[in-house]
Design a binder for this molecule. Structure first.
Ligand code: T46
Length: 139
């Protein structure tokens, strides 16, 4: 599976470190939404869905967590454990977020506003969706 991560440039000096995220510069799309999750309870797994069109970049700005990516053929786990690391998440990828540290703050930049119609929340529907897309790509 093709996995894209980013090492964001750190602007550091004696005061500390600053990271800037800018659309079409170090974020590969126009940013239309930002959301974040925190206070995630021990043992919780979130996600369990894919998106039909949404593209996102995930950054764990504090603490750590892990992201399971599944393209219907392969699975991979990407740890997010530093605030200067970004994970690009395209559409058509089943995702689960887990192993959140107590202090984890997972921030997500998205290229679209929230739209429940863009979600595929059933795994069998997701497999059928990627199979259809792969079939269309072959013809
Ligand atoms: C994703 C992963 C990485 C909103 O009202 N607006 C929003 O922008 C979002 C993202 C969620 N919500 C509401 C919908 C639910 O009532 O917040 C509640 C929790 O959302 P959800 O269960 O979808 O959260 P996660 O953590 O399972 O998934 C989220 C994103 O929804 C999803 O797009 O890729 O993070």
């Amino acid at each position: 599976m093709n996995i894209t991560t980013f090492d964001f440039e750190e602007h550091g000096d004696e005061r500390g470190i600053l990271i800037s995220l800018e659309e079409e510069r170090n974020i590969p799309f126009d940013i239309r939404r930002c959301y974040f999750m925190y206070n995630t309870q021990p043992g919780v797994r979130r996600g369990f869905h894919a998106h039909k069109t949404l593209r996102q970049v995930l950054v764990c700005v504090r603490g750590s967590c892990k992201i399971l990516l599944d393209d219907g053929r392969e699975k991979a786990v990407v740890p997010l454990d530093r605030p200067n690391k970004g994970l690009y998440l395209s559409s058509d990828i089943w995702r689960e977020m887990f192993d959140f540290s107590d202090d984890a703050v997972l921030m997500v930049l998205a290229d679209q506003l929230y739209d429940e119609a863009d979600y595929i929340r059933n795994y069998a529907d997701f497999l059928a969706w990627v199979e259809k897309k792969n079939r269309e790509a072959r013809t």
